[in-house]
Design a protein around this ligand. Structure first.
Ligand code: ADP
Ligand code: MG
Length: 244
């Protein structure tokens, strides 16, 4: 059997004495779309940040395509190309054009020459439906456009999995749909995705698995039809009643 794209087994993490992740078990199969939701402070960002090693974990095992990722950089340098990340705050380089934001990684980290990197960048700008914004600075774009550039930038590294941490939370309401539409297209094209979001319309459309976190724990996980119609825990019911 092929290895899972991502696997967490008994993962724990503490910030000093604060137990932020409690025995996290989660499997993401290749091609699967997993949506993580839960109240603010429940540990959603920390899970995602431990997966791509923006944060160390303390105990338990994290595997990416079967390869164990420890807190030793040698163990995760290879997998970093497998994972792309999209943040709430876009994190684009403000002093670079859109095109330069997109070509930086492929030229510096993947060794593409300028022409190859630009061709790739334009292809992914097309994919996120803003082919005509290549020469602008991020500040000249709307929030929705900036987030689509950030998605294109992640795609330019051709990752096997895309991780999203509340990609639409910083956007004005009228721009949320344009970003979600791009994410839905990626999902339909078969991308493996882990998405932290409270956009439950999106979740219903694309999620293969819903994960509900509270207080550093995965309280509940399962297929969306079950999750939305018949959540098992009171905590999950309360949460859903507040956001739906
Ligand atoms: P979520 O993304 O679900 O809102 P986070 O993973 O960001 O939650 O945070 C989980 C908990 O860990 C919160 O209580 C937060 O205050 C705490 N926390 C996050 N980052 C740090 C840090 N660097 N140091 C100490 N505590 C942190
Ligand atoms: Mg968060």
């Amino acid at each position: 059997m092929a290895a899972s794209a991502i696997e967490l087994r008994g993962v724990n993490k503490w910030y000093d004495t604060f137990h932020v992740l409690k025995d996290i078990n989660l499997t993401v199969a290749s091609g699967e779309k997993v949506v993580i939701c839960g109240p603010s402070g429940s540990g959603k960002s920390t899970v995602v940040r431990c997966i791509n090693k923006l944060e160390p974990h303390d105990t338990g095992i994290i595997r990416v395509f079967g390869q164990e990722i420890t807190n030793d950089p040698r163990s995760y340098s290879a997998m970093q190309g497998d994972l792309g990340m999209v943040f709430q705050q876009f994190n684009l380089f403000p002093h670079l054009s859109v095109l330069e934001n997109l070509t930086l990684g492929p030229t510096k980290a993947l060794g593409l020459n300028r022409k190859e990197a630009e061709e790739r960048a334009r292809r992914y700008l097309e994919r996120v439906r803003i082919p005509d914004q290549a020469d602008k600075r991020p500040s000249q774009l709307s929030g929705g456009q900036q987030q689509r550039v950030a998605i294109a930038r992640a795609l330019c590294m051709e990752p096997k999995v895309l991780l999203f941490d509340e990609p639409t939370s910083a956007l004005d309401p009228e721009m949320i749909a344009e970003v979600l539409d791009v994410m839905i297209t990626l999902a339909q094209d078969g991308m493996t995705m882990v998405v932290v979001t409270h956009e439950m319309g999106f979740a219903r459309k694309v999620a293969d698995k819903m994960v509900f976190m509270d207080g550093g724990e995965i309280v509940e996980q399962g297929p969306p039809d079950h999750f939305f119609t018949n959540p098992k825990s009171e905590r999950c019911k309360t949460f859903l009643s507040q956001i739906l």
